[in-house]
Design a protein around this ligand. Sequence first.
Ligand code: SF4
Ligand code: MG
Length: 320
Amino acid sequence: KEVLLEVKDVKKVFPLSTSWFAEKKYVRAVDGVSFTINKGETFGLVGESGCGKSTTGRLVNGLIKVDEGEVNYKGNDLANISEKEWKKYRKPMQMIFQDPYASLSPRMKIKDILMEPLTIHFPKMSSSEKQSIVKELLGKCGISEYHLEKYPHEFSGGQRQRIGIARSLILKPELIIADEPVSALDVSIQSQILNLMKDLQEEYELTYLFISHDLSVVEHISDRVGVMYLGSLVEVASKQAIFKEPKHPYTKALLSSIPQPDPKVKREQIVLQGDIPSASNPPAGCKFHTRCPLAMDICKKEVPQLQQVAEDQQVACHLY
Ligand code: SF4
Ligand code: MG
């Protein structure tokens, strides 16, 4: 397996805007996160809202700057390069967002929205060549060329996401960071979009960092999964391990909240207690200890580190 992306102990702190009179507060949005993504696979990053998964995606593609740690893309550390050096990596790394409507300019025709990146990156390319690329990719994404002259508002949410996906492909990327790409869609449309992403992945040898709060979506598309809680990864494993033999109490709790389709698989049920603690003031030791039914004394004092418990399974929990 060839490693495409290696995220190593990445940290990001945001100042919290509070009253001028109040003491300044900070949020450790991403608190030492490490994972790798192999070429051609889908790595699902899952967790409740505010756990730092979107921030992690943005740190990877340089939308926000890393405070500490490394983001190695094909062996090159992107965490500390200049804006100018970043230019090289803009093409191979693309994003898909939850709401393509927000990122599709309302006054531009679909054709022009898709041609724009080509115009920027290939100024000498002829208009007819650009059009034929746009037609090809829209077609692959299930949008007929008959729609080229239309505007974004003339499409349904699912069609707009197809257009957003087509646009993400236009510069022949290798890594696509998809942040909640189906969360705004009806369940029936969700699986169409996920299947489209799988087909495109095979055809164009794409690698996905797939961010979602929804475990069933992550199960549908991922090869490996990272579970995040309050800025830290608590479990990283193959999809099979996460869904059949979850180890971390938080992973088990997340799984307990989704229906189990196979009655033969008996999963331990863990019900989450309490609310997510404030990210600006996370609990000491294991950040999950305030909600963990299995918490021990040590959990309040010592931060558990991610450690290997099986061939493709890492867990950060004092139980192991
Ligand atoms: Fe629960 Fe302790 Fe494991 Fe944290 S380290 S998940 S509190 S058992
Ligand atoms: Mg988010």
